[in-house]
Design a protein around this ligand. Structure first.
Ligand code: ADP
Ligand code: G6P
Length: 472
């Protein structure tokens, strides 16, 4: 197979500082491999804009489709981010099903499939990313596309029970079965996905581990996503005056970097930091939390609510603890340039990742990559982040337990050098073993070699297949 790699995702980089694991990782991967990336245009479209427009291309080509305001509301803010996102992040209470969401979601997938079909050439392989495009392969198959199509879910796979919240729960398995390969972040996600197929009478398991679903077969595997650790470490090590970063070296800096999403456990993090400040009162050395949290999906009510809650907690804690020359919680509600981010990470004594649910969490890996191995800071990591499956030497916490998280901050800041080095070396090993290039290459090579789907083989050989994968 010598064709190009065609990547599809809703979010696509447009020049501004990207925040969000998908864009950061796929941009790094495509910069190395080259290919085509199709995603949503940042500007609203008009009904007559039904084609693909080339935007800010560089090492690879970027083509964008326009979403009309109605599509943006019902497909992006609606079905993707008010139904699927909370569902996959264990917040069924926030699922908001409105009439028209699913219909528009399916219509956008069908339209993008039509636009994409014209771009797929002989030997190309297609890699679809994330929950915005679950039905894309099934729409492409309807158009007669027989190319290999893989899907990677960047967020947690929903537990079986939660799928019943969907308007048409049976569609989920149907959508995934149109792919040749489904990639997930962790072994736990893979187990959840296989559990879904196991519970579905339409699915059967083959001896090679793939799932036969009607006349198709799909392989399911985990591919833990990573970062470009070398370049992040290089950016982190750039020397410059600390004042430029607004850091006072006489205080212990704890850092948090997240989109302002309810899945990141930010109120719990602030409360834990408040408890830690209480426990430190009167001991002399100051510690401050720098929280960088750019806005995201602000037209969804749950995101506006989390912002209000966080501002209220930060205001109260600063009111209680601040002094004339010191603000313990610095909260920046916008994106920061990646190089600056890397330098800030390197100077922080600890990083707080307190996700209540998270596919992987790249910030955890970036923090580890940015450290000076001779004098590293400590990663405090929620056990609910996918990264915790392998980064077992981070200080693992239950973010629902405010006391435990607060104690972990104290433990991190006072940890002896030898223990910091030992824990960091282990985490850095994980970061290097799962770097973004290997992640992309292993997914793509698995997609190229996984068992061809049953109906292709039938088409090629004219014979039917038995369930053990042998032709009859
Ligand atoms: P998610 O994909 O849910 O947003 P991740 O932690 O996996 O969470 O990925 C977030 C990515 O976005 C990281 O690469 C991180 O550095 C970047 N990012 C998050 N916040 C900011 C910010 N304020 N400025 C710049 N980059 C950010
Ligand atoms: C997560 C999702 C991505 C999404 C990103 C930013 O990383 O997995 O699909 O792009 O968040 O969210 P946004 O809604 O701004 O694209």
């Amino acid at each position: 197979m010598t064709g190009k790699l065609v990547v599809v995702s809703n979010r696509i980089p447009t020049g501004a500082t990207p925040s969000g694991g998908l864009v950061v990782a796929v941009h790094d991967a495509l910069t190395r491999s080259g290919g085509l990336w199709v995603g949503a245009h940042p500007d609203e479209g008009t009904p007559d804009q039904d084609g693909l427009t080339e935007i800010a291309s560089g090492d690879y080509t970027r083509l964008a489709f326009h979403l009309t305001p109605e599509e943006y509301d019902s497909y992006y803010l609606g079905f993707a981010n008010s139904v699927l996102w909370p569902l996959c992040h264990g917040r069924v209470d926030l699922v908001d099903i409105e009439r028209g969401f699913e219909e528009t979601y399916l219509a956008v997938n069908a339209r993008v499939a039509r636009l994409l079909a014209d771009q797929i050439g002989e030997g190309d392989i297609v890699w679809v990313h994330d929950y915005h495009f679950l039905p894309l392969a099934s729409e492409l198959r309807k158009l007669g596309i027989t190319a290999r199509i893989g899907f990677f879910l960047h967020i947690p796979f929903p537990p079986l029970g939660a799928l019943s919240t969907l308007p048409s729960p049976d569609d989920f398995a149907e959508w995934l079965s149109a792919y040749d390969l489904v990639g997930l972040q962790t072994r736990r996600d893979t187990a959840s996905c296989l559990e879904m197929f196991r519970a579905d009478p339409r699915a059967e398991f083959m001896t090679d581990g793939s799932v036969k679903f009607r006349d198709r077969s799909v392989s399911v595997r985990s591919f833990p996503i990573g970062i470009d650790a070398e370049s992040f470490a290089e950016a982190a090590a750039v020397e410059g005056p600390d004042a430029e970063l607004g850091i006072d070296m006489h205080e212990d800096l704890v850092i948090g970097v997240d989109r302002l999403d309810y899945s990141k456990g930010l109120p719990n993090r602030f409360r834990a930091f408040g408890k830690f400040l209480d426990s430190r009162a009167g001991t002399g050395r100051r510690a401050s939390l720098l929280q960088i949290a750019p806005p995201t999906r602000e037209r969804v009510a749950a995101y506006r609510a989390i912002r209000t809650e966080l501002e209220e907690i930060a205001g109260r804690l600063n009111g209680e603890h601040a002094e004339l020359d010191w603000t313990p919680i610095r909260y920046i509600h916008r994106g920061v340039e990646r190089d600056t981010l890397a330098r800030l990470h390197r100077r922080a004594r600890a990083c707080l990742v307190t996700s209540l649910a998270d596919g992987m969490n790249l910030v955890a890996k970036e923090y580890v990559a940015a450290q000076d191995p001779e004098d590293p800071g400590v990663l405090i990591l929620s056990r609910f982040a996918g990264a915790a499956e392998d980064m077992t030497e981070a200080l693992l916490v239950n973010p629902y337990d405010i006391d435990e998280t607060s104690e972990a901050i104290e433990t991190a800041i006072t940890m002896p050098l030898e223990e910091r080095r030992r824990r960091h070396a282990h985490s850095l090993g994980v970061v290097h073993a799962t770097n973004v290039t290997d992640w992309a290459q292993s997914f793509v090579s698995c997609l190229k070699t996984c068992t061809p789907t049953l109906d292709y083989r039938r088409a090629q050989t004219g014979r039917t297949l038995q369930h053990d994968g042998e032709t009859a």
